[in-house]
Design a binder for this molecule. Structure first.
Ligand code: GDP
Ligand code: MN
Length: 410
């Protein structure tokens, strides 16, 4: 097992794993079984029994219901299908497995579906929305609740913000019945349904805090025709900094869903976050990394990533960091900005040179070094014979990389 992830990205799990976990905390979910083959899927349906089943693609992205499979005709159904018989389950499973599902959350490349979740079908009266997150401003767990379930909550927030209720829980008192009553009120529930909402709120809170989640989204939370509140979908992310105390959660990790770059970053204990721009950045210190990103924007380009190699990085770590940056096909230029205090400039230089020798360098590279052993660092780069553009300060470095990238493109 690997060590804890240091980056800010939470660790995500599949819907079926999230539901199994929530069930341990007494949260109501439909009965279901995971399946990896059409035969599995059929057997799962036979075991579940009943008159309706839902075949659900398991990928780490939402919007599956409205998603489209790349390999199937446009009129084919999406990644959440309600069907009637075990034979239908098998046929739909065969159509989905191995194919690529594109949703609003996957990006245009989509994600290959390798797992399915087969659930007993629920008959839905109403669809609600409920999510929980860590609100950094108040340092509390916050609830976001809305009657507008089953759709994109950002759209609801934009079009009808009055239909979203939020509140947070004081960690000193923990979750109280009053919080559950707020949820019930927000959803217009009374009587026994309000009681169910109170229990649900408490159980979700317990799951969230016990497991160190950073995000829990139930969309939709449904009211069934037989008057039960059931979590029909579940998206869970865990705080990466707390994974060390949850080996059972780390076990749920599906690396095929994760970005190669993020897996590598986790292995070398680097704080790495992929972004949409074209300038790869390798910096020491989170503050300097933010400043570097800002100044790249100032000169008209967008950073491709946030990457903090940390204070006492080794040559191996620097090499890994450089490989991660160059593995991003969007990167058109790389800016290394090291202000060496604890970090020695010669170590950085050796790491960069080693990585370039191994991987080659197809894009312009600007290196700005300052601080401890700066002269040795500069000398190593100069004598390497590699085409590295030196820079004196951050401003100079940002201007040089943007100019070099523009020249390449011209
Ligand atoms: P998402 O599209 O990735 O968010 O996947 P969801 O699990 O939220 O499913 C999408 C939609 O499918 C839900 O909003 C429901 O309308 C519908 N759905 C999911 N499960 C069931 C079910 O058991 N019965 C019925 N009738 N509809 C379902
Ligand atoms: Mn959903």
């Amino acid at each position: 097992m690997r060590g804890p992830r240091r980056g800010r990205n939470p660790m995500n799990i599949h819907e079926y794993q999230a539901k199994a976990l929530l069930k341990e905390f007494g949260v109501p979910v439909s009965r279901g079984l995971a399946a990896f083959t059409p035969q599995d899927a059929e057997a799962a349906a036979a075991k579940l029994g009943g008159i309706a089943f839902v075949v659900k693609a398991q990928i780490h992205a939402g919007g599956r219901g409205k998603g489209k499979f790349k390999e199937l005709p446009a009129e084919a159904k999406g990644g959440v299908r309600v069907v009637k018989t075990a034979a239908d389950v098998k046929a739909n499973a065969a159509e989905m497995l191995g194919n690529t599902l594109v949703t609003i959350q996957t990006g245009p490349d989509g994600k290959q579906v390798n797992r399915l979740y087969i659930e007993e079908g629920a008959s839905i009266d109403k669809e609600f929305y409920l999510s929980m997150l860590v609100d950094r401003a108040t340092a509390r767990v916050a609830f976001v609740v809305s009657t507008e379930g089953g759709m994109d909550i950002e759209e609801v927030a934009h079009a009808t913000p009055e239909r979203i209720v939020t509140f947070s829980v004081d960690p000193a008192t923990g979750v109280q019945p009053l919080h559950g009553r707020k949820v019930a009120q927000a959803l217009g529930l009374s009587g026994d349904l309000a009681k169910q909402a109170v229990a649900l709120t408490a159980n979700l809170y317990r799951a969230f805090t016990d497991k160190d989640m950073s995000l829990l989204e139930i969309n939709p939370l449904v009211l069934t025709r037989d008057d039960r509140l059931v979590c029909l979908d579940a998206k869970v992310g865990f705080d990466s900094n707390a994974l060390f105390r949850h080996p059972e959660v780390v076990q749920l990790r599906d690396e095929s869903e994760e970005d190669f770059k993020e897996i590598e970053a986790s292995r070398y204990d680097l704080s790495y976050i992929a972004l949409d721009g074209t300038i790869g950045c390798m910096v020491n210190g989170a503050g300097l990394a933010m400043a570097t990103m800002d100044i790249i924007k100032l000169y008209g380009r967008e950073p491709a990533n946030f990457l903090d190699v940390g204070g006492g990085a080794t040559k191996e770590k620097v090499t890994a960091a450089f490989k991660i940056i160059t593995a991003d096909p969007n990167v058109e230029g790389i800016l290394v900005n090291i202000f060496g205090g604890i970090m020695r400039c010669d170590v950085i230089a050796e790491g960069v040179i080693a990585a370039v020798r191994q991987m080659g360098l197809n894009v312009p590279l600007v290196v700005r070094l300052a601080g401890t052993n700066v002269e040795e660092g500069k000398k190593i780069i100069r004598e390497s014979g590699l085409n590295v553009i030196p820079a004196d300060d951050l401003d100079d470095a940002a201007q040089k990389i943007v100019a070099a990238v523009k020249k390449e493109a011209a």
